[in-house]
Design a protein around this ligand. Structure first.
Ligand code: ADP
Ligand code: MG
Length: 222
């Protein structure tokens, strides 16, 4: 999965007889070797595009190719594909509130048979994001920046080819946002995973290898 290509992607939502086009004829290729920023006003389709690329949603038309291939079609195969290849990070962290930091990092692999020592890897990842001593803390005992670092460690548990980050710094003050941004850039370099980083922050976007700008469901520049 060295590349992800969107070919003529369109997504519309129908409600009350009105059809809203969230994405219109999107053509774009992302390289795993790039840290790509995606920027655009609220409602321009960034989250919709990320969801479709991440196989959480399906396009109305067009296709996404991963290293030139289609994703599987059957839903359990899609779930496995996502599990193996894609890590997600969200603005609201989406940690499970009753689980500790370590258990949150482990949560994607808890119920799966995997051929590695899950706990050792989860601890290494918590250490990598600077939270080794918070392994036993609940999300409510962590700051926003710390919660987002736990979410980053969780996204890495399966060593994904791609990290899809939907405004991961959107809830953080600029200093903490900077730290999370730098962490994601380091992880991109260390682990070689492609990063799609959605942001509102022009100064962060300018530091990416590639910047994709969206307006009204269309890519206006790359
Ligand atoms: P962004 O992430 O850039 O703010 P979104 O991808 O969330 O934009 O939304 C793009 C457009 O699609 C918006 O007009 C939004 O209202 C619409 N939209 C997104 N998700 C849904 C949905 N599940 N049902 C109906 N409309 C949606
Ligand atoms: Mg969004």
């Amino acid at each position: 999965m060295q590349s992800i290509t969107c070919e003529n992607l369109t997504k519309s939502f129908k409600g009350d007889g009105v059809e809203t086009f969230a994405l219109q004829n999107i053509h774009v290729t992302f390289q795993q070797s790039d840290f790509t920023a995606m920027i655009g006003p609220s409602g321009s389709g960034k989250s919709t595009l990320l969801s479709i690329i991440g196989t959480l949603d399906e396009p109305s038309n067009g296709k996404v190719l991963y290293g030139g291939e289609h994703s599987p079609r059957k839903s359990n195969a899609v779930a496995n594909f996502r599990f193996e290849h894609i890590g997600f990070i969200f603005q609201q962290y989406h940690l499970l509130p009753t689980l500790t930091a370590l258990e949150n990092v482990l949560s994607p692999v808890m119920t799966r048979k995997v051929d590695y020592d899950k706990t050792a890897r989860a601890k290494e990842l918590l250490d990598r994001v600077g939270l080794a001593e918070k392994a036993g803390s609940l999300p409510s005992q962590l700051s926003g920046g710390q919660q987002q670092r736990v979410a980053i460690a969780r996204a890495l548990i399966q060593e994904p080819d791609w990290l899809l980050a939907d405004e991961p710094t959107g809830n953080l003050d600029s200093e903490t946002g900077e730290m999370v941004f730098q962490l994601l850039q380091e992880i991109h370099r260390e682990k070689g995973c492609g990063v799609l980083f959605v942001t509102h922050d022009e100064t962060l976007a300018e530091r990416a290898d590639q910047v994709v700008r969206m307006v009204d469901g269309k890519i206006v520049s790359e």
